[in-house]
Design a binder for this molecule. Structure first.
Ligand code: ZN
Length: 116
């Protein structure tokens, strides 16, 4: 037969243990959530950086649309050939030499037809 004092102490210990277990579980879930949110933000920043590197030139301008083809300058095939508004098709190496030269010396402005 268990005496009432021992039974009471054991019930208190059991309740205390369950409360500690619950608090520990809540802390573990909170830590896990913060860790996952931090990892998600780091992955998102890395993904944005990779997207910007793939779509932006060194000066921040957009690369023109591209497709698989043959470069008109060096005659090499590439999976990424830029199609320029003027009709030129350039590989990334030739385009990197092309755009600073063209944007430093833009051609004449297109003539705007004047009303008679
Ligand atoms: Zn080329």
């Amino acid at each position: 037969m268990v005496d009432a004092a021992t039974l009471g102490r054991n019930v208190y210990l059991l309740i205390g243990g369950l409360i500690l277990l619950g608090v520990g579980l809540v802390l573990l879930v909170a830590f896990w959530t913060v860790l996952k949110a931090w990892l998600w933000r780091a992955r998102q920043r890395r993904s944005l950086r990779a997207w910007l590197e793939a779509t932006r030139r060194a000066d921040g301008g957009m690369y023109p649309p591209h497709a698989e083809g043959v470069c008109q300058e060096c005659r090499r095939g590439d999976r990424r050939i830029y199609h320029l508004p003027g009709g030129e098709q350039l590989c990334p190496a030739c385009y990197e030499r092309y755009w600073p030269r063209v944007e430093a010396n833009p051609g004449p402005e297109p003539a705007i037809p004047q009303p008679e």
